[in-house]
Design a protein around this ligand. Structure first.
Ligand code: ACO
Length: 351
């Protein structure tokens, strides 16, 4: 069962108007198509492990526990601090853990959902009683522009932006406006009380045939050497997103996964108090809501304030919904996500 939740977003707010200082975009384009009004970016050199640590501390506090009470750590991110090692060990040592085992998950926007399934399986098998599951991503690290362009974006200098970088940034505007930086965490534990709280089922899927719809061409062992200056210059380190196709797949596959998990658990949609979706685009989530015929009071979105924070989105919506009083003990909550891979699925929990 979920014992506690927490989140951390960096204080640096970047509005749509601020982005329009360095690329040809506007609030008028972004809001109607995505719902996103602003996102957060970290200060330079603050990696995703740090956001994860701060979110984990908040989740432990909410659970009334300390790091010493945790048996196992799972860290989901697609933007780890380093190529290797992964973030799990970095987080564990920052929290003062000495030898607690830590698993790293690289499954992009479905990473946290997959982490929930992994944690639940370890708890059910009796391997671990209490697991800290963390999701954090720093998308601003994927933005290729130099510090002089950041200065214009953040208003540290008046500008205008260098015309060459303005053109390059405009070339990636469909992706650059979507993402933000954040960390979120849940503390999960075994529940032998018989009160029915806990995960009731998962339905998880992967179709690798779609991998080129969302991926980063530059960097990685498919290249030798894995990183070159030329990749940077050609912007091959910036994610490729086939936005319209992903949009279409998300609006079909997420509702289907929700229906599958309900059927597998012997529950109906009418019984679900809240559906929490991955936050890639508010218009995707509105379409899913419509397909599932859910009233507004049974969904919760926060992409308007944070953009798509990839592995952090599900703990972010869970934590904000809980603090807003939208999740009460005993509620039936359904989680669903879809991301690069393609990986997607749904989970059902009595919280
Ligand atoms: N500002 C202004 N104009 C823009 C912007 C922008 N930020 N982005 C694109 N445009 C322009 C394009 O250049 C194009 O102009 P043209 O017609 O003159 O060529 C026009 O707007 C339409 O562009 P599209 O890319 O077709 O816009 P679309 O309506 O499909 O919206 C969007 C793009 C918002 C990305 C949408 O497709 C979407 O949300 N897709 C799903 C999101 C997604 O894939 N998320 C990734 C999941 S993340 C993960 O798993 C890691």
């Amino acid at each position: 069962m979920i014992r506690g939740s927490g989140m951390y977003v960096p204080p640096g707010i970047v509005t749509n108007d601020m982005l329009s200082r360095i690329m040809d975009t506007s609030d008028e384009w972004i809001v109607p198509r995505t719902g996103i009004r602003e996102r957060r970016y970290v200060d330079p050199a603050q990696g995703s492990s740090t956001l994860g640590v701060l979110a984990a501390q908040a989740a432990l506090e909410n659970a009334g526990l300390t790091a010493k009470d945790i048996d196992f750590v799972i860290f989901a991110t697609m933007t780890p601090d380093h190529y290797f090692p992964g973030n799990g060990g970095l987080l564990a040592t920052a929290l003062g853990m000495e030898t607690t085992h830590a698993l790293d998950i690289r499954m992009q926007c479905a990473g946290f959902l997959s982490g929930l399934q992994t944690a639940d399986a370890f708890i059910r098998s009796g391997t671990y009683d209490r697991i800290l599951l963390v999701g954090a991503d720093v998308h601003s690290s994927l933005m290729p522009w130099p510090e002089s362009v950041w200065d214009v974006l953040l208003g540290r200098t008046e500008g205008p932006c260098d015309p060459g970088w303005y053109a390059k940034a405009t070339g990636m505007r469909d992706r650059a406006v979507l993402f933000g930086d954040a960390g979120g965490a849940l503390v999960l534990e075994a529940n032998d009380s018989g009160d029915g709280r806990g995960f009731l089922g998962f339905r998880m899927y992967t179709d690798g045939a779609h991998w080129q719809k969302l991926y980063v061409p530059g960097g990685g062992s498919a290249n030798r050497p894995y990183m070159t200056g030329e990749m940077q210059d050609n912007l091959d380190t910036v994610p490729i997103v086939e936005g319209r196709q992903v949009f279409r797949l998300a609006t079909q596959l997420m509702p289907a996964a929700v229906r599958d998990v309900l059927e597998s658990a012997g529950a109906t949609l009418d019984e679900v108090d809240l559906v929490l979706m991955h936050q890639a685009n508010l218009r995707i989530n509105e379409a899913v809501q419509k397909v599932l015929e859910l009233p507004d009071e049974r969904v919760f979105n926060n992409i308007q304030k944070y953009g798509n924070t990839t592995s952090a989105t599900l703990p972010l919506v869970y934590d904000e919904a809980r603090r807003a009083g939208r999740i009460q003990p005993g509620n039936l909550v359904c989680f669903t996500a879809l991301g690069a891979g393609l990986h997607w699925g749904a989970a059902l929990a009595r919280v």
